[in-house]
Design a binder for this molecule. Sequence first.
Ligand SMILES: Cc1cc2nc3c(=O)[nH]c(=O)nc-3n(C[C@H](O)[C@H](O)[C@H](O)COP(=O)(O)OP(=O)(O)OC[C@H]3O[C@@H](n4cnc5c(N)ncnc54)[C@H](O)[C@@H]3O)c2cc1C
Ligand SMILES: NC(=O)c1ccc[n+]([C@@H]2O[C@H](COP(=O)([O-])OP(=O)(O)OC[C@H]3O[C@@H](n4cnc5c(N)ncnc54)[C@H](OP(=O)(O)O)[C@@H]3O)[C@@H](O)[C@H]2O)c1
Length: 249
Amino acid sequence: MWIEGLVIERRDWNDKLFSLKIKVDIGDFKAGQFIKLSQVIDDKRIGRAYSLVNPPGCGYVEVLAVAVEEGLLSPNLQALKVGDVIDVATKASGFMTLDELPTDEAKGKHLWFLATGTAVGPFISMMDTCEPWETYERLVLAYGVRKVEDLAYLEQLKGYEARYPEQFKLVLSVTREQLNGALTSRIPDAISSGELESKAGLRLNPEESQVMICGNPEMITASQQVLKERGLTKNLRRAPGQVTVERYW
Ligand SMILES: Cc1cc2nc3c(=O)[nH]c(=O)nc-3n(C[C@H](O)[C@H](O)[C@H](O)COP(=O)(O)OP(=O)(O)OC[C@H]3O[C@@H](n4cnc5c(N)ncnc54)[C@H](O)[C@@H]3O)c2cc1C
Ligand SMILES: NC(=O)c1ccc[n+]([C@@H]2O[C@H](COP(=O)([O-])OP(=O)(O)OC[C@H]3O[C@@H](n4cnc5c(N)ncnc54)[C@H](OP(=O)(O)O)[C@@H]3O)[C@@H](O)[C@H]2O)c1
């Protein structure tokens, strides 16, 4: 169930937020899936889920993580150095993937990614594949963080804007500081007020939109509520809808 991975690169975005690149062979996976990282701590095996930031086919896995105060595993992950080993589950899993979205008339033409904190990772993995760009006319990423220093992979995100200027819109929400051009309100509030749509230049509606939401569970619940008021319902295999979610805790 566990295999040893070797840390081959790390990047610190701030004193709590970091990325690890781990050399390990977990076989095939789908963009949007997660792996489990694990250590034995005080004779007890502790495993936690981490979304993959890299697209399939790289020969390594990359994760973006925050060290949670008094967390059991994440502070130990933050302490890992290049050359250290960490146990990785042999298989990725998870259903927040593009192939879970409707393909028929309920497909929609605009794909919205709503992320807080480390949950920007799985959307980067998806955007590093051809699939969303070939399937949807427009893509929006709303990425919410507390402070400017919490914005990870910003250069890469701006790179998608440069590469797909007509197709992609990045909307940042920085809630505890001012950043030029960014929203200051939380994502669900920005949906309610219409600010998010105004920044994106698109409307959220059941006819045109598919929405994937990931990260803070309270943000997800609040976003689902405001989207429901707009007629967007949960996407289920037996009943296609517009909203697909993954809660991080
Ligand atoms: C499907 C899935 C994917 C996940 N992907 C990621 C990921 O890519 N990166 C990542 O950092 N975490 C991710 N998590 C959370 C991760 O699995 C752990 O819960 C987290 O690292 C804390 O573990 P811990 O043992 O240090 O803390 P614990 O002792 O387990 O404490 C858990 C508490 O930490 C807080 N918390 C957990 N995760 C986060 C987070 N990401 N941001 C802010 N607060 C958090 C919550 O308050 C939670 O109740 C994911 C969780 C799930 C279920
Ligand atoms: N990021 C840091 O600088 C930092 C520092 C120390 C510790 N940590 C650790 O990391 C954890 C959280 O870090 P994080 O900043 O990545 O995640 P977060 O607390 O989930 O915040 C990310 C974004 O989500 C918003 N948000 C929070 N609750 C929401 C809700 N109920 N509805 C809608 N939006 C909501 C936040 O807005 P608000 O700003 O309005 O809350 C912020 O814009 C903490 O529990 C702590 O353990 C982080």
